[in-house]
Design a protein around this ligand. Structure first.
Ligand code: GDP
Length: 451
């Protein structure tokens, strides 16, 4: 269903703003060059002496005696993760024409949508929501980032948009399911993580707050993905209108019980400047954004912006919009947190639900098998419940098939070994068919095996 297009580039796609701004995606400004040069093994990390420190060498050695050396652990972690590289998957959703592609290109300074084919009105009437995926490899100061952009062309385009969020929700679930299967498999070493870490949801600047479709989409997805709402094409609104719209949208988000991504609270011991920045970030929701694929000249400087007869709107000017705040949040300050929340909250929810339904299925099937065995018919084939064909259920059936011959063997062994065993067996039957809690504990073991 999902049309997946992949793009890969190295040097071309290095965002120039990353270079100019001298930003650092690397989380720790460690004395890494020293470390890389001097420590080929972890043991050396415990005594990170460099030639510059020769003078103090004796003193340091004395000091080292008092240290175990675990203070270097962050450096070890840092080096290992830099070696491995990072990945991040960003989804963009919202009605077409709201500037999603333009914003993504502006954010990462690549042309991810070269091959995009725009449909005409007639074609869009029956269009279903497609999911497209683009990947770029970005490298900055030796840190590699594999960035994946997932787009949802066709969303909100049809005449009837009922449940048009469904294919987006299915896509997110499929990625969780794939990860769950990989994680439960034998080779867990090189699992490719395609889970969606953040969804930028574009809200139209032309409506009066949220539209029903926006509410439906966000409510359907807020427990699956980190939703970051953005107010699209902010240059079409005056600063006052932007302010009012943001307040209205925030109120509606609260009113409809939509759980958007929550920025983590900053620690009480952070400095005042940091706290102020954090507060500003929280108050910026939804980020008012402007996108542009062109560079224009403003006050003698070449900037990314939009040229109008009455002036220039600059994408990276914080007085004009929240583009820089959004970019900093996504790349510099909260990328890791977005990934953590995806793993610890959204994926965990999925996993728990999955395990629960697998357990229920196994209980049902076991009980059915026991009943059939009691009635003396042949051993049944695995029952296909409700016509569903999800991968997880298949996995369970496969596992059950593996377990069944052993069960069968056990049964015939019991037949051969006389009456006392038979009695035990029927007691167990009795327990299983009459005592539900007991029965529920049984398959849990099987579930663990299956995983
Ligand atoms: P998408 O369908 O959501 O991907 O939207 P596009 O990125 O293709 O943009 C649709 C149209 O809106 C194009 O003509 C863009 O030039 C224009 N556009 C994109 N971003 C902005 C913006 O921030 N402000 C204004 N005024 N127009 C924009």
């Amino acid at each position: 269903m999902a049309a997946i297009s992949e793009m890969s580039s190295d040097t071309e796609s290095i965002p120039f703003w990353l270079e100019i701004a001298e930003c650092s995606v690397a989380p720790v400004a460690m004395e890494d060059s020293d470390h890389e040069a001097h420590s080929s093994s972890d043991e050396q990390d415990c005594c990170p002496a460099t030639p510059d420190h020769n003078r103090d060498h004796a003193g340091e050695q004395d000091q080292d005696k008092e240290y175990v050396g675990f203070a270097t652990l962050p450096n070890q972690v840092h080096r290992k993760s830099v070696k491995k590289g990072f990945d991040f998957t960003l989804m963009v959703a919202g009605e077409s024409g709201l500037g999603k592609s333009t914003l993504v290109n502006s954010l990462f300074l690549t042309d991810l949508y070269k091959d995009r084919k725009l449909l005409n009105a007639e074609e869009r009437i029956t269009q279903t929501v497609e999911i497209t995926k683009h990947t770029v490899d970005i490298e900055e100061k030796g840190v590699k980032l594999k960035l994946t952009i997932v787009d949802t062309p066709g969303f909100g385009d049809a005449v009837n948009n009922t449940e048009c969020w469904k294919s987006v929700a299915d896509y997110i679930d499929q990625q969780f399911e794939q990860y769950f299967r990989d994680e439960s498999g034998l080779n867990r070493k090189n699992i490719q993580d395609n889970r969606v870490h953040c969804c930028l949801y574009f809200i139209s600047p032309f409506g009066h707050g949220l539209r029903p479709l926006d509410v439906e989409f966000m409510k359907a997805l807020h427990e699956k993905v980190n939703i970051v709402p953005v107010l699209a094409k902010a240059d079409t609104l005056t600063p006052n209108e932007v302010k009012k719209k943001k307040i209205k949208i925030r109120e509606e988000i609260e009113q409809y019980g939509i759980k958007i991504y929550q920025f983590p609270d900053c620690d009480s011991d952070e400095d005042e400047e940091f706290k102020q920045q954090d507060l500003e970030l929280k108050e910026s929701i939804p980020f008012a954004v402007i996108g542009s694929n062109t560079v224009v000249e403003a006050k003698g400087k070449r900037v990314r912006g939009r040229l109008y007869p009455w002036g220039i709107v600059e994408v990276e000017n914080s007085a004009h919009c929240d583009f820089v705040k959004l970019r900093n949040m996504l790349v510099r300050s909260h990328m890791q947190d977005l990934k953590d929340v995806t793993r610890e909250t959204h994926y965990e929810n999925y996993r728990a639900q999955c395990i629960q339904s697998m357990t229920r299925m196994v209980v049902k099937e076991r009980n059915r098998n026991k009943l059939t065995r009691e009635s003396g018919t042949d051993f049944p084939l695995p029952a296909v419940t409700g016509g569903t064909d999800s991968e997880t259920e298949k996995l369970i059936r496969e596992k059950d098939d593996e377990v069944r011959p052993a069960d069968h063997e056990l049964e015939s062994h019991q037949h051969q070994h006389g009456h006392s065993d038979q009695c035990d067996h029927s007691t167990e039957h009795h327990k299983l068919s009459h005592s539900q809690p007991e029965a529920e504990t049984q398959p849990r073991v099987i579930k663990d095996e299956a995983l």
